[in-house]
Design a protein around this ligand. Structure first.
Ligand code: HAM
Length: 548
């Protein structure tokens, strides 16, 4: 039998790596708490329309990468039972979801009836009915009900028990079975639509749309306060998997959203979010990141810039790659994302977004950068940063890291002042970001690997008689803060060299001559250079090399 494996683009996370994931999440939670963010957890799947309207039908994420399915029609048993109860009356007792052995009866009722005896005199009796609600009539359900009626008669000693199978009037009745009057089981039809229609659902490819949907659904805007919400969880995109790009990946994100009266449009919010991110990356001990920022302006600015770009591209697109030629017509902004080397000169010469911004957007962006300058957060203005989601307005940003290769975005985000209205909510400007947790882990692992690099020196005693002297030399160097591996005098010189090459940057040979003369033989593996070093200078030389 073929073995089953995790689906392409998904992964198992195992110890010890999971410890790093937990450390990242704990650090993020601690930092978010300091900035007064609270956690939000939204479902991993949503109505497809949310992403189509929120993220944008034309984006790569929505048009190519979503996991979407048709959720089939569902039978609403509780709606049907309450409707049936409403139409039937005159019970003396009713109880729902009654356990009978291993089975559950939807409803057990008792009603008073009148029985005519053979002398025709009426005599009052009480009848018990076991009622089951089903989407259609199936012989299997009739048979099961017959069994349950019989079991009920036996266990209660009550002879007057009827079974009733209630099905919607519109469903095919003749097709599959018949009521069995002999066993006191009857079928009743009831009018009404008891089916919840099918729905198109999508595994969330990102979480901003879901958070804004929840903001609207729970009327969070009515508090009049800014909502500061963070989330940690899986997202799903059908992308071509590669290092740092998966089909199930995890994001740590946060959103600041609220009515304009709460200050949600203020550039200070943008700067505060960016400052928080710089702090978070520092606390995660991620070094060497770059913050790229830009402004994509208002929706009107973007539309204007699109036209400016379209016109400029009309002259040069023919000389560019196939993707650019297509985008020059369908979505000129996306041309700015092109990575093809030969196209770069053309792209750099295109008009810039900054020149299409209106005065308000320009002033907003200037206020964001002024606050970042004041707070000492370093950034680079990247005129080509437009981001791949349609909801962005004004500030957009990405933190990149050189160690990540092609997928170099550690995190991305921006302002989305019109998103709430686009999905039917009130005016609720917002700004937020999401970091790729998988990419944070890769970056930290690479950093730790670099740190766990070779030690500064390997001390190789020549002969067992030199072991004690080698320990003394190691102690001296280690006490000076150097990382030292100590060999063993029983090793032949070749074996010492091999062991040293695997663990250390240099080998220091300590034989009787070296001990007497105080001049040691040192070989650096990277350059292959061998030199004589005075023992008194060894510490200093190794320390300088370690810092270089
Ligand atoms: P995004 O740029 O699509 O933005 O994704 C944010 C981050 O998620 C990326 O920078 C990257 O680190 C990570 N990421 C995206 N796709 C993958 C993948 N296939 N595998 C691994 N990591 C991935 C958003 O999702 C927006 N919702 C961010 C936002 C929040 N904007 C405003 N608020």
């Amino acid at each position: 039998m073929s073995t089953l494996k995790a689906v392409r683009g998904t992964r198992d996370l195992l110890p010890p790596e999971t410890a790093l994931w937990n450390r990242i999440e704990e650090t993020a939670r601690r930092v978010f708490a300091r900035y007064n963010f609270g956690e939000i957890r939204t479902p991993v799947f949503e109505d497809t329309a949310l992403f189509a309207r929120g993220v944008g039908e034309e984006t790569d994420i929505v048009s190519k990468e979503m996991y979407t399915w048709e959720d089939r029609e569902r039978f609403d048993v509780s709606g049907m039972s309450s409707s049936w109860l409403h139409q039937n009356s005159g019970f003396t007792h009713s109880e729902s979801n009654v356990k009978l052995g291993e089975h559950t009866i939807d409803l057990v009722i008792t009603r008073d009836a009148t029985l005519r005896t053979h002398d025709q005199s009426p005599s009052p009796i009480t009848v018990t009915e076991l009622v089951q609600f089903k989407p259609e009539l199936k012989q299997y359900d009739v048979d099961r009900l017959i069994e349950l009626v019989e079991e009920f008669v036996t266990s209660t000693g009550n002879a007057l028990v009827l079974g009733k199978l209630v099905v919607p009037e519109t469903r095919n009745l003749q097709a599959t079975g018949h009521p069995d009057t002999q066993h006191r089981v009857f079928v009743e039809q009831i009018a009404g639509n008891f089916f919840q229609s099918s729905q198109r659902l999508t595994l969330r490819p990102e979480n901003t749309a879901g958070v804004v949907r929840a903001y609207i659904e729970h009327n969070l805007g009515e508090t009049g306060q800014l909502q500061k919400l963070f989330y940690i969880g899986p997202q799903f995109r059908r992308e071509r998997p590669q290092k740092g790009r998966y089909r199930q990946f995890s994001q740590i994100g946060a959103e600041v959203i609220g009515p304009p009266s709460a200050g949600s449009e203020s550039p200070l919010r943008d700067a505060e979010v960016l400052e928080m991110l710089a702090t978070l990356l520092d606390e995660l001990e991620i070094t060497g990141w770059t913050l790229n920022i830009n402004s994509v302006g208002s929706a009107a600015d973007r539309a204007r810039y699109n036209e400016v770009l379209r016109a400029a591209l009309a002259d040069v697109a023919g000389k560019m790659c196939g993707d650019c030629q297509r985008r020059a017509v369908t979505n000129p902004l996306r041309v700015l994302d092109c990575k093809v080397e030969a196209d770069q000169a053309y792209i750099e010469a295109l008009p810039r977004m900054a020149d299409s911004l209106d005065e308000e957007s320009k002033a907003h962006f200037a206020a964001v950068t002024a606050a970042l300058d004041e707070a000492g957060v370093e950034y680079t203005r990247n005129h080509r940063l437009v981001r791949g989601l349609d909801y962005y307005t004004r500030t957009t940003f990405e933190f990149t890291h050189g160690g990540l290769g092609a997928q170099n975005a550690l995190l991305g985000g921006g302002r989305y002042d019109g998103l709430s209205e686009a999905i039917g909510g009130p005016k609720a400007p917002g700004i937020g970001f999401a970091m790729g947790e998988d990419r944070l882990v890769l970056t930290l692992e690479a950093q730790e690997e670099a740190k766990a690099e070779k030690v500064d020196a390997y001390i190789a005693p020549l002969g067992e008689g030199m072991n004690a002297a080698a320990l003394a030399l190691s102690r001296e160097l280690r006490r000076a803060g150097l990382r030292v591996e100590l060999g063993d005098g029983s090793f032949r010189l070749k074996k010492s060299f091999e062991a040293a090459d695997k663990t250390a940057r240099r080998i220091v040979i300590l034989g009787e001559d070296e001990l007497k003369s105080g001049i040691l033989t040192v070989k650096e593996f990277a350059s292959g250079e061998q030199s004589k070093v005075a023992r008194t200078e060894l510490k200093m030389i190794l320390a300088m090399a370690a810092k270089a």
